[in-house]
Write a new protein. Structure first.
Length: 199
């Protein structure tokens, strides 16, 4: 299993969506990467559409194929709506919660905060990005992280919208309820992913 070390813009262009919060830095988002990208492609098949959705969500949350398929397997064997359960598992990841609370400008930046032990859950330092937050958990940053210029700038950004399943007061966030598909703001089709793995 290898780590992708190439340009992130290429991944965003492949999916036609800003995956990593590059904003205005991301150019030619409508042009596919590669020498033939500008020439366009044929209409994708049903399988092709489902594959692209799977790749998009996998890259959005920064997961390897094995990790992502394990989340899907858990969702498939759980009672209730499979799509809601999959989103719940992905959104409850600690790195994603740090990002959603506005403590980091992107998921990769949030993961770095977690792996460098700058995130505290219920007062205890955690460096496991895949940790599943629970109802009532409180998430905050270490004093060292709060002093970082990039973190300060992100926390003070008033345009960041906190999802309704989380609550934030100053630099302390908490989990009010578990997330559902409607809580995800990114344009993703969870049904396509469920169908892809149900073949």
């Amino acid at each position: 299993m290898g780590k992708y070390t190439g340009p992130k813009d290429r991944l965003s262009r492949r999916e036609g969506f800003d995956l990593f919060g590059a904003g205005s830095k991301l150019t030619r988002i409508t042009v596919l990467p590669g020498v033939h990208g500008a020439k366009g492609t044929r209409m994708p098949s049903q399988f092709g559409r489902q594959l692209r959705e799977k790749q998009k969500v996998k890259r959005l949350y920064g997961l390897y194929e094995k990790q992502f398929s394990n989340y899907v397997k858990k969702a498939l064997v759980t009672l209730g709506n499979t799509g809601d359960k999959l989103i719940e598992l992905l959104e409850r990841r600690l790195d994603n919660v740090v990002f959603r609370l506005g403590f980091a400008p992107s998921r990769p930046a949030a993961r770095q905060l977690v792996s460098h032990r700058h995130v505290l859950v219920n007062g205890k330092r955690l460096n496991i990005a895949s940790y599943q937050v629970k109802l009532g958990d409180t998430i905050t940053l270490s004093s060292k992280a709060q002093a970082m210029a990039a973190v300060k700038e992100t926390i003070e950004d008033k345009s960041v919208k906190i999802p309704s399943w989380l609550e934030k007061k100053a630099i302390v966030g908490s989990v009010k309820r578990f997330p559902v598909v409607s809580d995800v703001t990114e344009p993703v089709s969870i049904q396509d992913i469920v169908e892809f793995y149900s073949r």
